[in-house]
Design a protein around this ligand. Structure first.
Ligand SMILES: *Cc1c(COP(=O)(O)O)cnc(C)c1O
Length: 475
């Protein structure tokens, strides 16, 4: 028989040992063949085993192979280390195991505070109930665009889009693919997604946006939504939100802001940040991801709305056996999105914010942004690196470009560098494409990252090149 209390202590110790060991280990390492077989090929067991045995397996085969994002020298994609408070309360949420579809219980009610806190952190007006936690910004965007579609086509739930004029979606060339996914999923049609070009700082070109909207109107296509970015994944760029808001108002478009990664940057509260984020508060909907910069353990996304009624009109479908009139005028969370059974995400969000406080979170944001500026300065000062975009939030886009290296070689090198650096295990960086060329990008989110870690990252890139530490030598 399991001694669950003893196993629980062991699980907690295992988690803490893991967190303590991460900074001293490789940022990432390839999975050894035997462990890969274990991870992917286990036969279904006929008989069960004690949980303490399972914990040993997890320690030996699973915890040994982290993705890397717990490490202070992980600069890949947009993935943060988990907040300690979030890690600690996660098992408590599992122990309660409610469905946060709605109802009168701790899990569903705490989500009201978690959502309101997020809205207050980023300075978004919050009518009570106008927002919910989601699996991430992808789901948040689906809910936002569905709400925009509902507002534009009042009978869409009856008729679908049959017999209606095409609806156009505007997103910059640097916008996230989740906008495309949502538009396609909602039947808006990929051919009606307008890619708005960006300026030299990778921000949406609002003059072209205007022209595209006018051209669509003249062609009988109805402009539906403009999705602006508050922090793109490639460069951390923030679209000119105030100008986009004005265009949206002029032409009656829904104004959505993708702040999945960057919305928290507004907490930096510098004059630069205030200017860059001005207009975010005018959005009809704002997507943001507590599981990015805030460090809430995955999954935790959020969508906020200016008005309460929109998402409920788009999704509410309450079967009689669930309707309880008069209990809560806001209704259930499941009336505001596609999920019915919903996990207790709010506890991790609440604990993370409650532990750090607004000031603690702002301090982290400033730390990441300050380091991004330092890295940009180091890149500019080095004669073998080239800065590709201003460091506005906490992402730095750059390229390895030593003197005397021709364009073709530089292209091959920059394509090969991320994997080569990752395999060395001392730092983790990912690549992208900017203006048609291979680029490197470092996203800084870890509160323990230092300037020395950034210097080491640049050194690791040089070492990877010098040692030709590539699977295939670039030609
Ligand atoms: C992460 C991210 C998304 C997608 O969000 P998920 O949480 O992965 O669903 C969208 N936009 C931006 C800018 C992001 O960083």
């Amino acid at each position: 028989m399991d001694d669950l209390r003893r196993a629980a202590r062991l699980a907690a110790d295992t988690a803490m040992d893991h967190l303590a060991a991460v900074p001293g280990g490789p940022v990432w390492q390839p999975v050894a063949e035997a462990d890969r077989r274990w991870l992917t090929g286990q036969p279904l067991p006929a008989a069960g085993r004690p949980v303490t045995d399972l914990l040993a397996d997890v320690r030996d085969h699973v915890l040994a192979y982290p993705m890397g994002n717990g490490h202070p020298r992980f600069f890949g994609w947009v993935n943060s280390p988990p907040s300690p408070a979030g890690v600690l309360v996660a098992p408590l949420a599992a122990a309660m195991n409610p469905s946060c579809a709605g109802g009168e219980h701790g899990g569903a009610l705490l989500e009201r505070t978690a959502v309101r806190w997020l809205a207050e952190l980023v300075g978004f007006p919050h009518p009570p109930g106008a927002g919910l936690l989601t699996s991430g910004a992808s789901m948040a965007t689906i809910i936002a665009l569905a709400t925009a579609r509902q507002r534009a086509v009042g009978d869409v739930r009856e008729t679908g889009l049959y017999g209606h004029r095409p609806l156009a979606v505007y997103v910059s060339a640097e916008g996230h693919s989740c906008v495309h996914k949502a538009a396609e999923l909602l039947g808006l049609g990929g051919r009606y997604i307008r890619t708005v070009p960006v300026d030299r700082a990778f921000r949406m070109d609002v003059d072209v946006l205007r022209r595209l909207i006018r051209a669509d109107q003249e062609a009988g296509i109805r402009p539906l939504v403009v999705a602006a970015s508050a922090g793109t994944v490639n460069t951390g760029a923030i679209d000119p939100l105030g100008d986009v808001a004005e265009v949206a108002r002029e032409h009656g478009l829904w104004f959505h802001v993708d702040g999945a990664y960057g919305a928290l940057g507004v907490l930096a509260d510098s004059s630069d940040a205030r200017r860059a984020f001005a207009g975010m508060e005018l959005a009809d909907s704002l997507a943001l991801d507590p599981h990015k910069w805030l460090g809430v353990p995955v999954d935790a996304g959020c969508v906020l709305f200016r008005d309460l009624a929109g998402p409920r009109d788009a999704f509410s479908l309450v079967p009689p056996y669930l309707r309880e009139d008069g209990v809560d005028e806001l209704g259930w969370f499941s009336e505001y999105g596609p999920e019915q059974t919903r996990p207790f995400r709010a506890l991790r969000v609440w604990a993370t914010i409650a532990h750090l406080g607004r000031d603690g979170i702002a301090c982290r944001v400033r730390h990441s942004m300050g380091l991004a500026r330092s890295l940009a300065t180091m890149v500019e000062a080095a004669d073998d690196f080239e800065l590709l975009a201003p460091a506005i939030t906490s992402i730095v886009a750059f390229r390895y470009r030593p003197a005397g290296v021709d364009t073709g070689t530089a292209e091959a090198l920059n394509q090969a560098i991320p994997a080569a650096v990752q395999r060395r295990g001392h730092a983790f960086i990912t690549g992208t494409r900017l203006s048609g060329s291979a680029a490197l990008r470092a996203c800084i989110l870890h509160p323990d990252t230092t300037e020395a870690d950034l210097a080491l990252l640049l050194q690791e890139i040089r070492e990877a090149v010098v040692r030709r530490d590539f699977r295939q030598t670039p030609r």
